[in-house]
Design a protein around this ligand. Structure first.
Ligand code: TRP
Length: 340
């Protein structure tokens, strides 16, 4: 096949991560692994969402700025290849901010307040009394991210589904106003892996709650995290039968152990009785240490050469500015603003 033709026909993927902390195993299972697999068959852009990171951190901007290169190093360490995937920085793409302004006129406050993900974030961040306008409206800026690239496929976790729904509503409104297909609707690409629980078994893994294993975690941190993992609180003696369901050690073994029939045997033994938590944790720890060692080493190597990381972001942002100019022009056209 003609390669150029091939590039033209590739489906466009856009994903992003808020740059508010280093990425962790939850990101790996939920999205990063898929992005690595998709980069050779799709036209993929990954956005380091620094502006979205500021929507709840504007008073502590260092939390965002200091994590931008960490996130890029995380991408490269897991195998995202900048010659196949465009990695760009949201704040370097003015078209995104402009599109956000235009789209804002098409979305009601009531609609923004109904977004279930934003709703629960408002609660967990204690924003009920002092909600930044930028936070309530970040789904509009996310719609700008997605549509600016003409992306149709968005690999995300299920918490992002409300954002894609809002994006498609905006797309339909713009198309109705324009009287033709100006923007494309997108669909989610959900990983078939179930969401990875936090090490304490209480929540989803969170950058901020200290219950996650980061991709760059040291050997000691991995070891401590596995040792503290939630298992079956009623499994007191080795010979007692234990519960596999909601047992974080087994959830992680399912997600990361290369030999699933071995994991199935372990589960049987655990449920029968005769397998202690110390043993299952040891098996998990070995598996995670082995998997994360090369990622940690590559990550450190990339972070040692910040100039290279900046160069990758600058190149990707330059390419992305060119890619996003047309959609901005088209949307301004819908509002009759391409006069000059
Ligand atoms: N909201 C996403 C998150 O919290 C980050 C993000 C920003 C994003 N822009 C995006 C995801 C565009 C997908 C597409 O992780």
């Amino acid at each position: 096949m003609n390669t150029q033709q091939n590039t033209v026909n590739k489906e466009i993927i856009l994903t992003g991560d808020r740059a508010t902390g280093p990425l962790h195993l939850g990101h790996y299972v939920g999205s990063l692994k898929q992005r690595v697999e998709l980069q050779s068959t799709h036209d993929q852009t990954i956005l380091v969402a620094d502006m979205q990171g500021l929507t709840d951190n504007a008073h502590n901007p260092n939390k965002v700025s200091s994590n931008i290169l960490n996130v890029v190093a995380d991408y490269l360490a897991v195998g995202i290849d900048p010659s196949q995937t465009t990695i760009c920085l949201q704040s370097q793409l003015p078209a995104l901010a402009e599109l956000t302004m235009y789209y804002s006129n098409l979305v009601t406050i009531a609609r923004l307040e109904r977004n279930p993900t934003v709703k629960s974030e408002i609660q967990s961040k204690g924003f009920e009394r002092s909600l930044p306008a930028g936070f309530l409206t970040y789904p509009i800026s996310q719609a700008a991210d997605i549509t600016a690239f003409n992306a149709t496929l968005i690999p995300v976790g299920d918490d992002q589904l409300p954002m894609l729904e809002q994006t498609n509503e905006i797309v339909r409104k713009v198309n109705a106003l324009g009287g033709k297909e100006v923007l494309k609707e997108c669909k989610p690409l959900l990983s078939n892996a179930s969401r990875l629980p936090s090490t304490d078994g209480k929540n989803k893994m969170s950058k901020t709650m200290g219950n996650a294993i980061n991709l760059g975690a040291t050997e000691k941190e991995i070891s401590a995290a596995v040792k503290s993992m939630y298992t079956d609180p009623n499994h007191l003696r080795v010979e007692d039968p234990g519960r596999v369901k909601d047992n974080v050690v087994f959830t992680y073994l399912d997600a990361f152990h290369p030999n699933l029939s071995y994991v199935a045997e372990l589960k049987e033994q655990y449920q029968r009785g005769g397998l202690g938590d110390g043993s299952t944790k040891k098996i998990l720890e070995e598996c995670l240490q082995e998997m994360l060692r090369p990622i940690r080493e590559r990550r450190a190597m990339y972070l040692n050469d910040k100039a290279q990381l900046i160069d990758i972001l600058a190149t990707g942002s330059h390419v992305s500015r060119e890619k996003t100019a047309q959609v901005l022009y088209d949307v301004k056209g819908v509002f009759g603003l391409n006069i000059l």
